[in-house]
Design a binder for this molecule. Structure first.
Ligand code: AHM
Ligand code: MG
Length: 359
């Protein structure tokens, strides 16, 4: 029987580009390169499930090469591919302390922040993990050349930034200024979900042809949910308001649909993805567990901000619980942590009211 003709992710990206006649194609090129990296990681993750050996680095594979840990493999795959793609000027990764420069001569106009393999505690136990990415235009991009100039000219008061190395400052930008963000979830199937600010689209990898096909067009998160996702083992470290909110969700009140069901995998991408599709609220609030993480566990640039962009595009919200929208936070450090409360709009509004309560 003939396969139904699906819309490939490349076709979708080309269609997006066509809607913007001023587009240069750089963002499309960048996304396409990232997708190749994602397919490479997906293949390796699937192998790990079968072989059950890849968690231990220091081993050698059948070719006598040293086997990398999966998170190290994912980091290197993205870093090496993107360093020579020609569309970005600098990167940051959860796996590396400092900025990651691109190869000399390949500097482009975007920046890339990524978590190569999120959900590290699940990597070795065959539970869903994912890659998260966030793309900004470089701050030092001085825009289009003035009339009559080509981008290679240097005019008075205007200098093309493309071709120059990017800096930490280029990466330290608010979520609100993202041009694209997304994640790849390595689950029962591999899915790519992303936004360029014009809705959220999901694609499922057909491994038999190695192509992502549109499976979830224009994703909208249900406005109200019946699921909450939080590590309740941290209950004793939360403040009073947070405890009251979770107690509230667990109370029996048929009219308002409580108690909510609890769903927590411990892999942000997987917990977020489920809530995006079914509706739900995910919380990793601030707690007093460890003095070095007073502001929660999750990272702003490559965990909270990209998922906030996606959830807002899908009709939901993302907040810190202390009066700030995740998208508005101006970062001052690459690996800055933030409290993250994200998901269905009604639930976010309710959580916000509980958490702001002063008594
Ligand atoms: P990681 O980046 O080291 O994988 O940590 C982030 C993960 C998230 O995927 C997940 O939401 C959270 O940490 C789980 O933390 P906990 O085990 O404290 O519940
Ligand atoms: Mg992570």
């Amino acid at each position: 029987m003939d396969r139904p003709l699906g819309i490939t992710v490349s076709r979708h990206i080309m269609d997006l580009q066509r809607m913007h006649p001023e587009a240069t194609g750089d963002l499309s090129g960048l996304l396409s390169e990232l997708i190749v990296a994602a397919k490479t990681i997906s293949a390796e993750v699937n192998m790990a499930g079968l072989a059950d050996v890849l968690g231990m680095s220091g081993k050698t594979n059948i070719q006598g090469e040293e086997v990398q840990k999966l998170d190290e493999f994912a980091n290197n795959t993205i870093k090496r591919r993107m360093a020579r793609c020609g569309y970005i000027c600098v990167m940051t990764s959860e796996e590396e302390e400092g900025i990651i420069p691109v190869t000399d001569g390949y500097e482009g106009k975007y920046t890339l922040a990524f978590d190569p393999l999120d959900g590290s505690s699940n990597i070795d136990v065959n539970v869903n993990i994912g890659t998260i990415f966030s793309i900004h235009r470089r701050k030092s991009d001085h825009g289009k050349p003035p009339m009559g100039r080509r981008s290679t000219d240097v005019a008075e008061g205007w200098e093309p930034a493309q071709g120059k190395p990017g800096s930490e400052e280029d990466l330290l930008q608010a979520g609100r200024d993202q041009v694209a963000a997304g994640y790849i979830i390595y689950g029962s199937s591999t899915m790519l979900v992303f936004t360029t600010g014009e809705g959220v689209y999901g694609f499922t990898l057909d491994p038999s042809v190695g192509e992502f096909f549109l499976s979830h067009p224009e994703i909208k998160i249900p406005e109200r949910s019946k699921y909450f996702s939080v590590n309740e083992g941290n209950y004793c470290y939360w403040d009073e308001n947070m405890r009251r909110y979770i107690d509230h969700l667990k109370q029996n009140d048929k009219e308002s649909g409580r108690p909510y069901s609890s769903r927590y995998i411990g892999s942000l991408v997987a917990d977020f993805h489920r809530n995006l599709i079914t509706g739900g609220i995910f919380l990793y609030p601030k707690d007093n567990k460890s003095p070095d993480k007073p502001t929660g566990k999750l990272r702003l640039l490559y965990e909270a901000a990209p998922l906030a962009f996606i959830v807002e595009q899908a009709g939901g919200r993302a907040i810190t619980g202390d009066g700030r929208e995740i998208m508005d936070i101006e970062p001052d450090q690459l690996h800055q942590r933030v409290p993250l409360i994200i998901g269905s709009r009604y639930d976010l509004d309710e959580a916000e009211a509980f958490l702001a309560c002063r008594k």
